[in-house]
Design a protein around this ligand. Structure first.
Ligand SMILES: Cc1ncc(COP(=O)(O)O)c(C=O)c1O
Length: 433
């Protein structure tokens, strides 16, 4: 197979990366490859791969989940799309009410993906202060944060190889340390105190908002913080009246073992950005939940107080139908996500004995460790080597540099999960020898 002459793939360097594998169909955890795809080293009969990272963390229940597929098909015969500025519709209204009940935030603003859900949160927070004539201008974010690839989201995220070319175009953000932790970490409390002292110092400047990926920073390497730390952060923001934005694009919809990571951490944000699992991973859709207090700050006979933001596909009815069906599944079987962590743990305990495995961590459906090989950055080639070895064993992973992680769909069977860990175990031998 050659690179397609008319496609441009995301975060892919054609000069360095192997050609993409062609997928014909997918069901549950399994991606079935097109017959024309060569799979080096794999048994020729096996054209199936376990999707152990839920296709960039979106496929929540499993590929082709039948009730979500049926809900989309049904909705498509009734109303596939309508402009959302002058119109409303039942799927959007039902979804807004149900998400309000789950998040404690009364208003839902729709967008198209995780980056735009963050942009919307940022713009609401910023304009809310402005509508009140406030001078609060500071935004606070964490070291290692990732909030998306659009400009506002890039500015909020930490600077990295992803943002370097655009550095001079990105606005300033006050950045404070992220005291991430792992199994057996004896120094976390000290590092939390350092981060909180930095926050105290930052908050001496009038602050509009702080944005956080609650409990897990995803893209920077599945880096966990303790709920205690987030509660201390939220308390400080409350004391000085700054807004708290939770970016739950990755952590939302059961990924951390609770429906939302903010709930697990015991914090109540003013804004929550959602996407990825929102539609069960079927359709691209973003949503920003906002408190009623923020919403009311835009209600005025003064037209410039309007929130002038909208996307062509705002509140697409197909996406709403998928999201409602996905919520039905989550509500009907919360054990599928709340009990997931125990399934990872028994495999991780075995991995813990390996010298090359460091900083094991696990939360809900996410398990990760650092491979003690070379640099700890995204460009460390060990991740791609490990990926290749796992593919040969029928498992698709996408390490973040030397950070190896799993974030599988909820439907993964015990045997499939064991197969993933078996592949990782063998791949570690291959890349460390
Ligand atoms: C925490 C977080 N925020 C925002 C985004 C951006 O989402 P999208 O890729 O849908 O724009 C991501 C994507 O990985 C993410 O993990």
């Amino acid at each position: 197979m050659a690179w397609h002459p008319h496609l441009w793939h995301p975060t892919t360097q054609v000069a360095l990366h192997p050609e993409p594998l062609r997928v014909r169909c997918a069901k549950g955890c399994l991606l079935t490859l097109d017959d024309s795809t060569p799979l080096e080293g794999s048994p020729s009969s096996s054209r199936e791969l376990i999707d152990a990272i839920s296709s960039w963390w979106v496929t929540l229940h499993g590929h082709g989940e039948p009730t979500i597929a049926a809900a989309i098909a049904d909705q498509a015969t009734q109303l596939e799309q309508v402009i959302f500025a002058n119109f409303s519709h039942a799927p959007a209204e039902q979804l807004a009410s149900r998400l309000a009940a789950h998040t404690g935030l009364d208003r839902l603003f729709f967008s198209d993906n995780g980056s735009t859900a963050v942009e919307v949160a940022l713009k609401i927070a910023w304009q809310w202060w402005r509508n009140q004539g406030s001078e609060r201008r500071q935004l606070i974010a964490f070291e290692g944060a990732y909030h998306g690839d659009t400009f506002g989201a890039m500015a909020l995220g930490d600077r990295s190889v992803f943002t370097d070319p655009y550095d001079s175009l990105l606005f300033d953000v006050c950045r404070i340390p992220w005291p991430h932790t792992h199994w057996g970490d004896a120094t976390v409390e000290g590092r939390e105190q350092v981060a909180l002292a930095a926050l105290d110092q930052a908050l001496t400047t009038p602050t509009a908002a702080l944005i956080v990926e609650p409990l897990i920073q995803g893209a920077s390497g599945m880096r966990l913080v303790r709920p205690e730390f987030l509660r201390a952060v939220a308390a400080r923001l409350r004391d000085c009246g700054a807004l708290l934005i939770a970016d739950e694009v990755m952590t939302g919809f059961g990924r951390t073992g609770a429906l939302f990571a903010s709930q697990l951490a015991g914090i109540q944000p003013d804004l929550i950005a959602l996407s990825k699992g929102l539609t069960g991973g079927f359709l691209p859709m973003g949503g920003t939940m906002a408190s009623e207090r923020l919403y009311q700050g835009f209600i005025s006979t003064e037209p410039t107080h309007t929130f002038f933001h909208g996307h062509s596909f705002t509140a697409n009815p197909l996406g709403c139908a998928a999201a409602l069906a996905s919520l039905d599944l989550l509500e009907a079987n919360p054990e599928a996500f709340s009990g997931f962590e125990a399934r990872h743990r028994k495999h991780l305990e075995h991995l813990q004995e390996r010298k090359a495995v460091q900083r094991l961590r696990c939360l809900g459906t996410m398990a990760a460790f650092d491979l003690a090989v070379g640099d700890t950055d995204y460009l460390n080639p060990v991740g791609r080597q490990l990926q290749r070895h796992c593919l040969e064993r029928g498992v698709y992973l996408r390490p973040l540099g030397n950070v190896v992680y799993l974030l599988p769909p909820l439907c993964i069977s015990d045997a499939q999960l064991a197969c993933c860990y078996g592949a990782i175990d063998a791949a570690i031998d291959a890349v460390t020898n």
